[in-house]
Design a protein around this ligand. Structure first.
Ligand SMILES: NC(=O)c1ccc[n+]([C@@H]2O[C@H](COP(=O)([O-])OP(=O)(O)OC[C@H]3O[C@@H](n4cnc5c(N)ncnc54)[C@H](OP(=O)(O)O)[C@@H]3O)[C@@H](O)[C@H]2O)c1
Length: 363
């Protein structure tokens, strides 16, 4: 192995050019070498020049490709150009091909459908509760699970919750993964850590009636990441104007698929759906859940007082628009969505919790 590379960020060197650079840094000549790539090399000029050019210029003699690029602008052109240039091109099959496809699910879904890949995260107790009682901590899962959730947030382009969760918990929804020393939840992101800045996802609230309180933590922390509120076309104009005035971006969309299409147009390729249960059910009913990560914590929670808001402390925190609205019980759907079996699933132990990861669609 004489060099390796990966596509580190949007606008940065593609994996092929990064690998060739790495060869040169190591004093190796890539001419005559075989290049193994997870994704078909691009043949078009985007933010970067075509990778096919770099491969031909470097004199690579053989390229092994683990997965095709499903975007329209690619569609097999790269391999064709390489073959025309005298490079031997092979496509991997079997396990390598599957692994490469799974590695690139957000990119592949976005390329094929224009929609982001949706991953649902939910935590529940042994008695099937997804909410804690008023006055209790909002957390159901343990510390190790929460650290993992922060890692997943940092890996996602956007995080979404329903307005019910914002009214109950007043969450921050930023990515605060543990640092390398193992200490969880270090100070706010944006700060440097081991040479990289934690990437903050766009924070999305599904809020048809534009009820997001102007004093919510989300709107008070716009310096830590953008907030996008999805409202319905019928939402009160003065409320949406107030949200815009407060610095939120307002997306007007009727239904979940239209909202996802709009997010996709904003180059959001992965949406980490953090609930609550009502929005999760709506996504499933709309056929828009690609994968799920569910934690089961070894605790009992009981039903709690569904009418009281747990976010008691929030009102003291500088809410500008009156008392925090009381939490209402999530409405139960009148027609239940059909049962869905996963394509594959795994079960893991994370600290004291059990994590079930299930994949429902593959792109
Ligand atoms: N265990 C967990 O992992 C977890 C995760 C998150 C939250 N929670 C808990 O869940 C509780 C809140 O649950 P929830 O179910 O009331 O809140 P939710 O799912 O976060 O929000 C529900 C609200 O989202 C709005 N919404 C916007 N677009 C929608 C659509 N297309 N379909 C359906 N609803 C849409 C609806 O209000 P409008 O009609 O006004 O738009 C609806 O009432 C809190 O106690 C929170 O702590 C638990």
């Amino acid at each position: 192995m004489i060099g390796e590379g990966f596509h580190a960020e949007l606008g940065g060197l593609h994996a092929e050019r990064a690998a060739l650079e790495d060869c040169r840094t190591r004093g190796e000549d890539p001419a005559g070498a075989t290049m193994y790539v997870t994704l078909e090399p691009c043949a078009h000029t985007g933010r970067q020049p075509p990778c096919t050019e770099a491969i031909l210029e470097a004199g690579i003699s053989r390229v092994v490709i683990a997965s095709d690029d499903p975007s329209e602008k690619a569609a097999g052109r790269g391999p064709g150009i390489l073959r025309d240039g005298g490079v031997e091109v092979e496509f991997a099959a079997g396990e390598e091909a599957t692994t490469a496809r799974l590695l690139n699910q957000p990119f592949r879904k976005h390329a094929r459908t224009g929609l982001p890949l949706v991953t649902l995260k939910l935590a529940m107790s042994l008695d099937g509760q997804a909410s804690t009682a008023p006055g209790d901590s909002p957390w159901i899962s343990g510390e190790k699970s929460r650290a993992l959730v922060h890692q997943w947030r940092a890996e996602s382009d956007a995080i979404a919750v329903g307005i019910g969760t914002v009214l109950a918990d007043d969450p921050l929804l930023t990515a605060r993964p543990p640092d390398r020393s193992g200490a969880s939840f270090p100070p706010m992101a944006g700060e440097k850590r081991t040479g990289t800045v934690v990437r903050q996802p766009v924070r999305v609230v599904f809020d048809r009636q534009a009820r997001l309180p102007l004093g919510s933590q989300l709107l008070r922390t716009l310096d830590q990441g953008p907030v996008l509120v999805v409202v319905s076309p019928g939402a009160d104009a003065s409320r949406t104007a107030a949200l815009r005035e407060a610095g939120a971006e307002v997306l007007v969309a009727e239904g979940i698929e239209a909202a996802l299409a709009d997010l996709g147009r904003r180059n959001i390729t992965s949406l980490f759906l953090e609930g609550g249960p009502t929005l999760a059910t709506a996504f499933q009913a709309a056929g828009q859940l690609d994968q799920a990560r569910t934690f089961i914590a070894p605790i009992l929670l009981g039903a709690g007082d569904q009418d009281a808001s747990r976010a008691g402390g929030v009102g003291d925190g500088g809410v500008e628009d009156g008392p925090w609205p009381a939490r209402s019980a999530p409405p139960s759907p009148t027609t239940g969505p059909a049962r869905q079996e996963p394509l594959s699933h795994t079960v893991q132990t994370i600290g004291e919790d059990t994590l079930i990861t299930a994949r429902f669609k593959e792109w």
